[in-house]
Design a protein around this ligand. Sequence first.
Ligand SMILES: NC(=O)c1ccc[n+]([C@@H]2O[C@H](COP(=O)([O-])OP(=O)(O)OC[C@H]3O[C@@H](n4cnc5c(N)ncnc54)[C@H](OP(=O)(O)O)[C@@H]3O)[C@@H](O)[C@H]2O)c1
Length: 238
Amino acid sequence: METLKGKQVLVVGATGTIGAAIVKLLVGSGALVAITGRNKSKLDELARANGISLNRTVEMDLASTASIIAAMTTLKQEMPVVDILVNAAGVGIIKPLELLSESDLLQSLQVNLIGVFHLVQAVLPGMKEQKKGLIINIPGILGKVPMAGAAAYSASKYGLVGMMQSIREELKRTEIRITNLFLGGVDSAFWDHIDLRVQRDKMVVAEEAAKAVWFLCQQPRSGVVSEMVLQPFNHQAI
Ligand SMILES: NC(=O)c1ccc[n+]([C@@H]2O[C@H](COP(=O)([O-])OP(=O)(O)OC[C@H]3O[C@@H](n4cnc5c(N)ncnc54)[C@H](OP(=O)(O)O)[C@@H]3O)[C@@H](O)[C@H]2O)c1
């Protein structure tokens, strides 16, 4: 396993349930972590709890290209090259097609797909210069297997998978790794606003999902984990 000590790791969506758990594990392993989220006070609280300098906390709204570009420009002063990008941000709009609006679809695509496009464009030049790097996304099972009510969400997550797989093809002559983590249901704030009967006590615990990301951040130099699937034991979709 590669060491995390001294690695420059950018965690996007660090204020989320899984994101915050990832930050804790990475800092605990000696990584030099920078964090982004939409809410400044949540970000600062997370930074304080993990001993991260407030200079390494940046507000970023993935729904706004201008916000992503501004955030990545600010971050460059603290983190000129990102060794590992972990994208733990995402929006989940799950409802039947007749209730889905065009704006639901656009928001899903903007945050889960187009925002990631801009993020990846921002970190890749530095990684290409070093000829190495790692980008981890969390498309989730719904980026691989369909579910009723997930038309907008799955459109964005299947799109994310396709985009990252194509980018991987462009990076074949480098040591830049692209990893997609397919998580099944994880007990997190993600489900707070989803009108669906789910058994949260049967879901994967957020800290365990974070451990999977922590493991993926240390994948061996001699190989690459292109994808990983982690889902609740009693609700396996694959
Ligand atoms: N929980 C699951 O069952 C599950 C399963 C498979 C995949 N996933 C994926 O795992 C990732 C993390 O989810 P989670 O379970 O930790 O959910 P969560 O607790 O709701 O966290 C979501 C994160 O995404 C951020 N976010 C939402 N909209 C954003 C925007 N417009 N710009 C920037 N950040 C935005 C949130 O920021 P704020 O703090 O500012 O709201 C938060 O940090 C997501 O990509 C999700 O799709 C989750």
